[in-house]
Design a protein around this ligand. Structure first.
Ligand code: TYD
Ligand code: MG
Length: 511
């Protein structure tokens, strides 16, 4: 068969991305830099019918055979051999390689394609070190209801507003629902296309046809690979199953690379990460973003967990309002705005989130035991570390912790699991236990060891600067801490007993 705009079939050393649709008229990246391929094909792009070796793969055992047969010769299962081009998991690494086989100086490799394109949503771009790279695949994970769809709709609208064509594949909500939401966020730009579909083949067709610059798949758990031919069984189980999620992501990653379209996959993750699907994709994508927060609070944190095009550690801060997500310039207002000072059980911690410091309030409540067993309950903290800190307080500060219920939380829906929170937790619990309030301008940071010693923490200077900026005049720190910024008195402590004793929080009953 003759390629519509190129040399005859068989010239192409680059294989097409697999789709479940019969038409594979995709543009394949030629050799980098527009070089001539070994077979003489000019680069950098050409359009052709892909020449695929017609191997067949067993969807049960994964073995391959040159010819189709009714029964897999390896595992003996009937009707499980599928032509690889229809199945999808082609060896994409081969597609992306320069098959000329000749080494080139690394410094001569073209990196122009790796330049990030700003989306226009500032906090989003900041986390991505500038924006989305064409052809890159980003996984945005977060709990259901946290605002993933809202954030990405804003990103799409911003890009479309700048005159680009973008596509939202909504596999969970109808086009009608999405339009209502989009209207809430502002005027809808004409370049924002929507496809309400769950079949990956349909999605691939839509991308090939409409040639958007950015595609969002909402969500990867709701799309599935449909039967390649009538009567053939589904490749890898029901939508949302690990097999389906991987298979769909594999095809969409291949499509993104082949068409150089920036792609964002939405993945739902529950608090304990029990929905393993999206986690299993982390190695397949270029960037993994985590959208965090508590849906009952307005503050949302966007963090890059993995990023192939820049450093991780930037933190994006958003506030969920009536008209979508807005950037937050002053998180202190949201996190410390309603703080009650002069009451026992509260202290402020300069917590590190990514590379940014957030001043968060830790609160503790100590109450007489309500049941036969003492209760320990945390919100936004590491429960295991709380139990350890209580044991250290009992052993090294003499506070009676065995017959009380202890509750500890971080206000504002922030999660703080770093060991640097130990000292602040210990002070809050000691204050709650003894009923002695800590000073309003006091912050504390330090890791507590099992011998009661207070240890150094990472990035202390940055934490102290933020404490100073928000007017905290005193900070309890490990004894080895470097000098702080002007205006901040450092209270250096060797042990947790010394720290609680300093503020009169040793056991009122003789500790
Ligand atoms: P959504 O983006 O649907 O979350 P996800 O895709 O992560 O499941 O957002 C869910 C919540 O956000 C929903 O409870 C409603 C709320 N919301 C607002 O508060 N303001 C708004 O402008 C929008 C669009 C949503
Ligand atoms: Mg959603």
């Amino acid at each position: 068969m003759q390629c519509p705009s190129g040399p005859p079939e068989g010239h192409c050393a680059y294989r097409a991305v697999a789709t479940t649709t019969p038409c594979l008229q995709l543009e394949h990246p030629g050799p980098p830099g527009g070089a001539i391929a070994p077979d003489g094909t000019p680069g950098p792009y050409h359009r052709c019918m892909a020449k695929t070796a017609k191997r067949h793969r067993c969807i049960d055992c994964g073995s391959t055979t040159a010819r189709w047969a009714g029964r897999c010769p390896t595992c003996g299962e009937w009707n499980t051999l599928v032509e690889e081009s229809a199945l999808g998991p082609l060896v994409r690494a081969v597609d992306e390689l320069d098959l000329s086989g000749l080494p080139v100086p690394l410094s001569s490799v073209d990196v122009s394609e790796a330049a990030a394109v700003p989306t226009g949503v500032e906090e989003f771009d900041r986390v991505l070190s500038g924006g989305l790279v064409p052809g890159s695949v980003t996984l945005l994970g977060g709990e259901p209801g946290i605002g993933k769809s809202t954030l990405l709709l804003q990103v799409l609208a911003a890009r479309a507003d700048a005159g680009h064509r973008v596509l939202l594949v909504s596999a969970e909500e109808s086009a009608h629902q999405v339009r209502l939401r989009a209207e809430r966020l502002g005027p809808i730009p004409p370049g924002l296309l929507i496809l309400s579909a769950t079949d990956v083949g349909q999605v691939i067709n839509a991308v090939v046809e409409s040639e958007p610059e950015l595609v969002v798949i909402d969500s990867i758990q709701a799309v599935a690979v449909g039967p390649a031919t009538p009567g053939e069984r589904r490749a890898t189980g029901v939508p949302g199953s690990i097999g389906q999620v991987r298979e769909c992501a594999d095809q969409l990653v291949g499509l993104a690379k082949a068409r150089q379209v920036a792609t964002v996959l939405v993945g739902h993750v529950t608090k304990d990460g029990s929905l393993a699907g999206p986690r299993a994709l982390e190695h397949m994508v270029d960037t993994v973003l985590s959208f965090e927060g508590d849906r009952h609070h307005a503050l949302r944190l966007l963090l890059a967990v993995k990023h192939r095009f820049g450093p991780t550690g930037e933190l994006g801060l958003f506030e969920m309002g009536d008209q979508g997500l807005n950037r937050v310039d002053d998180p202190g207002r949201l996190l410390l705005g309603d703080r009650l000072t002069g009451v026992p059980g509260g202290v402020v911690l300069p917590a590190l989130q990514g590379r940014r410091t957030l001043m968060v309030e830790l609160q503790a409540l100590v109450a007489p035991m309500g049941q036969a067993q003492p209760k320990r309950s945390v919100v936004g903290l590491d429960g295991g570390r709380l139990v350890m800190t209580l044991a250290v307080l009992a052993r090294h500060a003499g506070l009676p912790m065995h017959a009380v219920d202890v509750f500890a939380s971080v206000a504002g829906g922030i999660r703080v699991t770093e060991p640097a929170a130990d000292l602040a937790v210990a002070l809050a619990v000691a204050s709650a236990s003894t009923g002695v309030a800590l000073p309003a301008d006091l912050a504390a940071v330090g890791e507590v060891g099992l011998s009661g010693e207070v240890r150094q923490v990472t990035n202390l200077p940055r934490r102290l600067e933020e404490a100073a900026r928000l007017g905290f005049g005193r900070v309890v720190v490990p004894a080895s801490a470097p000098d702080g910024p002007p205006g901040v008195e450092l209270i250096r402590t060797d042990t947790v007993g010394e720290a609680v004793g300093r503020f009169g929080c040793l056991d009122a009953h003789g500790g």
